[in-house]
Ligand binder design. Structure first.
Ligand code: MG
Length: 168
């Protein structure tokens, strides 16, 4: 299991579990007002224990770092350095993270990819560093952790029987 290694890689690239948990908290609080930051940290941590997630982090961070060291072959080097908009493999790698938690994760990933919440926007404005994969990895992890919380707190208040709320 590469759990510790994956956390170390994220840390080395300037991303903490807490920073990802903050994104999850902001995404989910409006749906679950009783949600705590602690639960968000735990959800991110659980996501990081999945093998698929560890593999995505290992792959993405390696490519970002090799691009910073200018060690990738043409034309991949140029594509990652310029974060070429038509290159979509960074998103595909990150989708292997959200896929673990179904369709809700996919929706949140699309939202984060567009809105660039929290640390995601900081990664995008970091000059001299390559974060082509990292921004999508962080979005993917945050989306997956959000999906977990959504699954844990099903909204039973939607189900009314004869005008009365079901007390499940
Ligand atoms: Mg990207």
């Amino acid at each position: 299991m590469f759990y510790e290694h994956a956390i170390e890689l994220l840390d080395r690239r300037g991303v903490t579990i807490e920073a990802i948990a903050d994104i999850v908290y902001d995404l989910q609080l409006k749906f679950h007002p009783q949600l705590t930051r602690r639960e968000c940290v735990e959800s991110v941590d659980t996501v990081l224990k999945k093998r698929e997630v560890q593999h995505a982090i290992i792959t993405g961070v390696a490519l970002d770092e090799l691009a910073e060291q200018k060690k990738l072959p043409y034309p991949l080097q140029q594509m990652l350095e310029s974060d070429e908009p038509l290159y979509g493999i960074d998103e595909i790698v990150a989708l292997s993270i959200t896929n673990v938690y179904g369709t809700i994760g996919l929706t949140s990933f699309g939202y984060l990819d567009k809105n660039k919440n929290g640390i995601i926007s900081q990664l995008n404005s970091n000059k001299g560093m390559v974060h082509a994969f990292l921004d999508d990895l962080v979005s993917g992890i945050a989306a997956a952790a959000s999906a977990r919380i959504a699954h844990e707190y099903p909204d039973f208040s939607r189900y009314e029987i004869n005008g009365e709320k079901d007390s499940l």
